[in-house]
Design a protein. Structure first.
Length: 212
């Protein structure tokens, strides 16, 4: 996958922002390439709780403990690479237009330029891959990028809100999905949490504007 390189910043960030960044980073790692045996072992040690997100993590941990790395690698191949193409094409352009390398990718590249994010030269995957977008969101959540006027809410609304939830819905029912099915649930729940949090934040900003 492409990697996000930009100007480092070190602003204060809340514990919630750090956890959100870690959540985006974890999903990016799991969707960007087949997980290594070491990562699978770490996932198998995760503990969930009674929340919907915690239950999904618990389910993923059990799958990791009972599925071989080779089987997970084959599953990743079938889902996202395939012979010719995988069962899913996790790109914004495809989900929004039905084709790859379309206007959503061009719009994204414009916003990445604002952030100072560049693609590593030897990587050829289009930047509108969901794993790359989650990497960027991970950085935005903790102020890693010099975002200027392009904040994380705006980036999310432009490049993830229109299609990410649908992608996770499709991943949950993909024929080859087994290990990745609970990951799809993690993604669906997390996208719902983010959408509601951003909506509440926008409402709060509008109220502040009316009373200011």
């Amino acid at each position: 996958m492409p990697e996000a390189n930009s100007i480092a910043k070190e602003p204060f960030r809340s514990e919630d922002d750090i956890l959100r960044s870690q959540q985006y980073g974890f999903l990016a790692r799991m969707l960007g390439a087949a997980p290594s045996a070491d990562l699978i072992a770490k996932v198998s040690e995760m503990e969930g709780d009674e929340t919907p997100l915690g239950q999904a993590y618990g389910h993923l941990a059990r799958k990791a403990a009972n599925t071989s790395p080779a089987a997970i690698e084959r599953e990743y191949f079938d889902l996202f690479i395939g012979v010719g193409r995988g069962e899913l094409l996790p790109y914004a352009s495809f989900y929004l237009t039905g084709f790859l390398n379309e206007r959503p990718l061009a719009d994204l590249r414009g916003d990445l330029a604002v952030l100072g994010v560049v693609r590593v030269e030897d990587r050829h995957e289009p930047e509108d891959h969901i794993a790359f977008l989650f990497d960027v969101m991970s950085g935005l959540a903790v102020g890693r990028f010099d975002d200027g006027d392009l904040n994380e809410h705006l980036f999310y609304q432009r490049h993830l809100a229109p299609w990410a939830a649908q992608f996770f819905d499709d991943l949950a029912i993909a024929p080859s999905a087994d290990f990745y099915r609970p990951l799809a649930e993690i993604g669906r729940v997390f996208m719902d949490i983010e959408a509601r949090a951003f909506a509440l934040g926008s409402a709060g900003e509008r109220r502040a504007g009316r009373t200011g």
